[in-house]
Write a protein that binds this ligand. Structure first.
Ligand SMILES: N[C@@H](CCC(=O)N[C@@H](CS)C(=O)NCC(=O)O)C(=O)O
Length: 233
């Protein structure tokens, strides 16, 4: 299977961690965002949204990181990361949808304002199209405040949920934990303080010790697989 991605994006990290956890063999292609590779005709044929990550398995092409997680997780046989029963699967899907519809967006505001604007020519914040590398743009203070407030609210929801359980869903670690925890290693890069969220921090340490994560995080610390533009982050 071939994967097109851009570390250190959390959307890339969670895919790499799940692949490593289940032993899926991924041929990794790191996109060159500085040269707008995501906007190239070839990439647009793979994903008309021009966003990473994108998986190719033979003639099957899949985008949306959480769909990719479910596909990769089961590609090597049954795994506890994706439980068997309808209700357990629905519970995991609940958190995966929460992750992509709320959690991802809140983090993306801070990441766009604090990091992407310095690395890429981001013409507007929030849902944006990244162009070629250009002059750094100043962070939007209002947008930063809004993002931090939203994130604190979502962290509170997670913190209270985790006060009563070890994992987000059921008795074992699942894809939901992998997807949601993937954003926490970037918190210090955007100056977001996880200090007040004790249960979240306990859970984060547990998830990021699960199979796949230690090697992905070690690679991240060494800058492995980053495009030249992202090496500045
Ligand atoms: N919901 C999508 C979001 C994908 C996404 O936003 N990817 C960003 C990562 S930085 C991207 O490729 N952005 C390119 C652009 O905005 O031009 C997923 O989870 O796969």
């Amino acid at each position: 299977m071939r994967i097109h991605l851009l570390p250190p994006s959390p959307r890339a990290l969670k895919v790499q961690a799940v692949a490593a956890a289940v032993g899926a063999d991924l041929d990794v292609h790191v996109l060159d965002y500085a040269r707008s590779e995501q906007a190239s005709e070839r990439f647009e044929r793979l994903n008309p949204n021009r966003r990473q990550p994108v998986l190719e398995d033979g003639d099957f092409v899949l985008w949306e990181s959480n769909a990719i997680l479910i596909y990769i997780a089961q590609s090597c046989g049954p795994t506890k990361l994706w439980p068997d029963s309808l209700r357990e699967q629905a519970d995991v899907l609940r958190w995966l949808f929460w992750e992509s519809s709320q959690w991802d967006l809140a983090w993306d505001i801070l990441i766009t304002e604090k990091l992407k604007k310095q690395v890429f020519n981001v013409s507007f914040s929030g849902r944006r199209t990244l162009g070629a590398a250009g002059a750094p743009a100043a962070p939007d203070a209002e947008r930063l405040k809004e993002g931090a407030l939203e994130l604190a609210e979502l962290c509170g929801i997670l913190d209270r949920h985790l006060a009563r359980r070890s994992w987000l869903c059921g008795p074992t670690c699942t894809l939901a934990d992998y997807a949601v925890a993937a954003w926490l290693p970037v918190a210090h890069l955007v100056d977001f303080d996880l200090g007040p969220f004790q249960q979240l921090r306990i859970w984060q340490a547990k998830v990021l010790n699960q199979p796949g994560w230690p090697e992905v995080l070690a690679g991240l610390a060494q800058g492995a697989g980053r495009s030249p533009a992202m090496a500045q982050v």
